[in-house]
Ligand binder design. Structure first.
Ligand code: COI
Length: 356
């Protein structure tokens, strides 16, 4: 009963707070954390099921120093976005895809995961409780960050005895400091992001810590980010630290195939469908790094980056440039269709959006 009262209190508080826009400067959102009102928490023991999730005030969480996630990296994250429509309603983009991807990752990382319904319901509850933080139309989006972690104490290497599913949110604008201007990438040919049989294809937290060294070095030299090659042949494109990559030549758009070392991006998958619906031929295959030399355009996709044009790529000291002025025509067309769909500005024939 106490828990029920707490949930009801929480909901009363959030509905009054949710009625207006937060009092912040909406014009220059970047991709940094702005603390919001509520986060969602749900727990589960090893071998059990997640239940009794609830909203809590956003804030620090307590973890045993021996928690599986802190000691052995047993953790996954997701990322999705909510947009405010002109009529004030909120749209989510394919949340069940994130739920499914989290479940696949959890299987790889020996963790229990929320069901697709639990995940989607929790996302909806969290977004509605933080509604005043969803940017006005055209000013950005609410980035939703679900986490799944081994929160139970474990000293010897083993799956943790308890798991926490948590969702927090933050209003965001463009991911790269370049905004929507083209980014400059450097191909990394010594350090690798993923190995066959490893965890590159799931959204485990360690994949992201592992790219920081190459990414920091690249940024120190003025590049926006790093493009990784496969670790076996050191020849085929894999992905950028935080997004997937596409190469355009004429009417053909190529992207590295999903084969365990590449993150199966939901924006990647959506762009492939959008491109095909627009008459492009899309090839998912091994893409040799040499193809960058005579590409018409290169662009990246991801939840955080959306569609980001690439202005140049440097490989072994040689720089290849693509329309440095802005979006190439193909990336522009795909970006425009995808974002208008996500923002509710065109008919959602794909049935991808979920209105709250
Ligand atoms: C996303 O695009 O949502 C990601 O998870 C990438 C992250 C590094 C911001």
């Amino acid at each position: 009963l106490e828990a029920q009262i707490r949930i009801m209190d929480t909901c009363v508080e959030c509905s009054s707070e949710a009625s207006e826009l937060a009092d912040i400067e909406w014009d220059n959102l970047g991709f940094g954390l702005l603390p919001t009102d509520y986060m969602y928490m749900m727990k589960c023991s090893q071998g059990g099921n997640f239940s009794n999730g609830e909203l809590q005030r956003f804030g620090n969480i307590e973890l045993n120093p021996s928690a599986g996630v802190l000691n052995y990296g047993q953790g996954l994250f997701e990322g999705l976005k909510a947009y405010r429509k002109e009529d004030g309603n909120i749209l989510l983009f394919r949340p069940e895809e994130n739920a499914l991807r989290m479940r696949q990752g959890a299987e790889r990382m020996c963790m229990p995961a929320p069901t697709v319904d639990q995940f989607v319901e929790a996302v909806k509850e969290t977004v509605l409780a933080n509604k005043r933080w969803v940017p006005p139309p055209g000013k950005g989006s609410l980035y939703i960050r679900p986490l799944l972690m081994g929160s139970g104490a474990v000293l010897g290497l083993a799956p943790a005895p308890e798991y926490t599913f948590l969702i927090y949110v933050s209003p965001v604008g463009n991911y790269f400091k370049e905004g929507v201007a083209p980014i400059n990438l450097i191909v990394e040919h010594e350090l690798h992001r993923a190995t066959p049989g490893g965890t590159g294809g799931v959204k485990t937290i360690g994949n992201y810590a592992a790219v920081l060294k190459a990414q920091s070095a690249a940024k120190a030299k003025g590049y926006s980010d790093v493009l990784y090659l496969d670790c076996v042949h050191k020849k085929y494109l894999e992905e950028v630290s935080s997004c997937n990559i596409f190469v355009v030549k004429g009417n053909v758009i190529s992207t590295p195939a999903i084969k365990g070392t590449i993150l199966p991006g939901i924006t990647r998958k959506s762009i492939i469908d959008v491109a095909r619906s627009q008459g492009f031929q899309v090839e998912e295959r091994f893409v040799p790094v040499d193809e960058l030399l005579d590409a018409d355009e290169v662009f990246c996709t991801g939840t955080a980056v959306v569609v980001s044009p690439v202005g140049s790529i440097t490989y072994k000291g040689k720089r290849v440039s693509y329309g440095v002025d802005g979006f190439g025509a193909v990336a522009q067309q795909l970006y425009s269709v995808l974002t208008r769909l996500q923002m509710g500005l065109i008919d959602d024939k794909m049935n991808w959006t979920v209105e709250l």
